[in-house]
Design a protein around this ligand. Structure first.
Ligand code: URA
Length: 433
């Protein structure tokens, strides 16, 4: 079998055989297929798509490219959650500790930033000392002991996605239903949890721009999970403006801490509590969603969710003092207010462009080799629906880069103002299970 023939077949719209898909995944992982051929195939899949059988085989081949975690010796129900990627999406950082504080074990494997979106691992690594690279044994022990662990894909688990994810990030091949579905589901299935909550983002800041595409992705992922006997719930959520106010790694950790302290932006709270209530219901911890909301709010109010976050940070080598005293996080050299040039109601904040601007300030990677600046990013002072006066700040930009004036101007252009009041729509669009 030759990789070039497989690329050609997909380029011309053909359906790949099981053997061809498995040949590609095993060759890419063992290094016999180079990055340039893998990116050519990813681009062919991006344009030509894959049928349901091809996606199932790709997911299975990726899942079995490394170890498959067996969490069966951990007592109790294990839950996992995953987002398809958005701007300002730090939901796992708040939802994980809440769920764990309610007694459902969260065993989560996360990813790094992809394209214009941030990644949970990059956010966690902004906490000094935090280690995302636990061994499988350490991961299992930690979930058993404190009920919560968030780790990166170790070389041992889904190495195929580890390589492909980084490659897709820099070859404009992220927004493809087969590639996203197989990437997410291979990790979630190899992660071994009983319950998987998928947050499928829709809108300008998401990879899926339309509700139809997001619904297709959600339905495919739920179907793949069910075939393998897992409880999978998908939620379609709005990603037109950034989620919450913070975009950028330590800024987002601080916002998650604020939320675990009972504060935080309204849209972020709505999403976090919806996710935790759904997980608690699926795990049988509560009988209704309302009860799930109540229980989640209780563990925030009594401080046990924040303590759970600090416990996880400490268990993974990080300094828990940053969780109790977030003012300790280093500040970037420049803090620039982006001012409104007129009065008006904020009608739209272009989430994708805010994500790109945050990346250019240092919060994300433009090439695979780029290092992340943990303190860089954007803090929104105004959200959709808010009124702003001329001269008031729309946002603050944080960076250590010199000469970022062009990016500051770009941030200003992301805000669209209207003369009339603008209604704020709910963040949850639909649920599929
Ligand atoms: N999240 C993932 O884990 N993979 C993708 O391809 C996109 C978002």
């Amino acid at each position: 079998m030759r990789m070039v023939d497989i690329i050609e077949k997909k380029r011309d719209g053909g359906v790949l055989t099981d053997e061809e898909i498995r040949f590609f995944i095993s060759g890419y992982v063992d290094g016999s297929i180079p990055d340039y051929q893998a990116s050519a195939l990813a681009m062919a899949i991006y344009f030509r798509g894959m049928d349901d059988h091809e996606i199932a085989v790709l997911t299975d081949a990726m899942m079995h490219s490394g170890d498959v975690i067996d969490l069966s010796n951990i007592q109790g129900i294990k839950a996992d959650k995953h987002s398809t990627g958005g701007v300002g999406d730090k939901t796992s950082l708040a939802a994980g500790p809440i769920v764990a504080a309610c007694g459902v074990k969260m065993a989560k494997m996360s990813g790094r930033g992809l394209g214009h979106t941030g990644g949970t691992l990059d956010k966690l690594e902004s906490i000094p000392g935090f280690r995302i690279g636990l061994t499988i044994e350490e991961f299992e022990n930690q979930v058993n002991k404190i009920g919560l662990a968030i780790i990166g894909q170790t070389g041992e688990v889904v190495p195929a996605d580890k390589k492909l994810y980084a490659l897709r990030d820099v070859t404009a091949t992220v927004p493809s239903v087969p590639l996203i579905a197989s990437s997410i589901m291979s990790k979630k299935l190899a992660g071994g949890s009983d319950i998987i909550l998928l947050d499928v983002k829709v809108g300008d800041g998401a990879f899926m721009k339309t509700k139809e595409d997001a619904m297709e992705l959600a339905t495919k992922m739920v179907a793949i999970g069910k075939q393998l006997g897992r409880k999978v719930i998908a939620v379609l959520t709005k990603m037109e403006e950034p989620l919450g106010r913070a975009v950028g790694n330590s800024l987002e950790v601080k916002e998650a801490i604020e939320t675990l302290n009972g504060g935080g932006p309204a849209d972020f709270n709505e999403l976090v509590y919806d996710a935790t209530a759904k997980i608690l219901l699926a795990a049988g911890k509560v009988k209704t969603l309302e009860e799930g909301f109540e229980k989640s709010k209780e563990v925030v109010a009594d401080g046990s969710a924040l303590r759970k976050f600090a416990e996880m940070v400490e268990a993974q080598g990080g300094d828990p003092e940053y969780i109790y005293h977030p003012e300790k996080f280093p500040q970037s050299k420049y803090d620039v207010a982006i001012l409104s040039d007129r009065d008006g109601y904020v009608a739209r904040i272009a989430a994708h462009d805010i994500g790109v601007a945050a990346m250019r300030l240092g919060a994300g990677r433009e090439t695979m080799e780029d290092a992340i600046d943990p303190s860089a990013g954007i803090l929104l002072c105004k959200k959709v629906g808010d009124f702003v006066k001329a001269g008031e700040p729309l946002a603050h930009a944080y960076t250590n880069k010199e000469n970022a004036e062009e990016v500051f101007a770009e941030i200003g252009h992301c805000f669209y103002l209207a003369e009339e009041e603008v209604p704020v729509e709910p963040i949850i669009i639909a649920s599929i299970d």
